[in-house]
Ligand binder design. Sequence first.
Ligand SMILES: *Cc1c(COP(=O)(O)O)cnc(C)c1O
Length: 382
Amino acid sequence: MSDKHSKTKTDSIPFIRADLSQIAQYTPHGVDSSKPVDRLDTNESPKDLPLELKDKLTYLYQHSIEANRYPDWSHHASKEAIAEYVVESANVTKDVTPAHISVGNGSDELIRSLLIATCVGGEGSILVANPTFSLYGVLATTLGIPVTTVGRSAANWAIDLDAAKEAIANPQQSPVRVVFVVHPNSPTANCLTQDEIIWLQSLPPDILVVVDEAYFEYSQTSLVAEIAQRPNWVILRTFSKGFRLAAHRVGYAVANPDLIQVLEKIRLPYNLPTFSQTAALVALQNRHLLLPLVEDTLQERAKMWQSLTTDFADKLQLWESQANFFYFRLLDGDDEALGNLTAQLIERGTLIRHTGGGIRITVGTAAENQRTLQRLKEQLSR
Ligand SMILES: *Cc1c(COP(=O)(O)O)cnc(C)c1O
């Protein structure tokens, strides 16, 4: 809602598509984050890779990566390792093979590829339930794709399914071709409900269902098993959150091989730099060194929930989290008050995100979380 967007003067450039002048740039950070601050606004993992893994990557860069050669366009090694991880992580009985995987420059790239594959050229619109990850709408709009939005219940953030069914049955614009859901949702941190899953399963084969599992490592809840019987479903995952590789931009899609082939057709041939492919592979091979931090974060989340619900019960409307962040509103205060609170926390050195009519705060290190709670307390008791 009050995400900071900067307008550009594209409307004065005669060769630029007229509809682009209506679109603001997606800006993940509202402020300059080069100062030493607690960066709790983008749901990254709070810790860098262990030095042991950085040493491995350094060694590989020096001795094995050929900087003069193009990357492996086939992503073969990455796909093999990812497929193995998906099978292990989601406990799927049916095999997920490299043919079920496409790797992107972040899952953001895969979102764009899915939009190109389905809706570009007036072929259809997308449906999202707000508040949700805003990039679906932003990317769709840059491609001239209409976005249909429905709401959620503020009690538990469940999607307004009646509105969603109505929007699909009687489209206001071109027919709904893709439904995007996040599992668990960002910014509200709730998993899909059983009713929502049943609704998604009931969607006809000419509607693509995208289940974004960016926070899977935290939620440990996956719908990957659906892929085996649902050719119109795709699961998105990323290395940017639980795997601590946001700097390297690696995401992946899991879907039926026919759909994967379309994604492979659409992507840029060398979409993934060699060093990023290497980093993803090293991270997967050493996941026993990386994923324990997810456990620590979950423990920190529990501690934070305890503090929030005891110390702020009379100030904040809080929702439980299935991910590595919390979402809240003021019990007594509007969106403008939330905007002020955000600015004040940022001023004190905690970057947070004011979005969708609430505030989202990433669970950080123990020290960061202490500071978050302290700064919230100072601010809310004024
Ligand atoms: C962080 C996030 C992503 C971004 O993933 P990248 O792989 O870094 O592009 C995608 N979807 C959701 C819901 C996210 O929160």
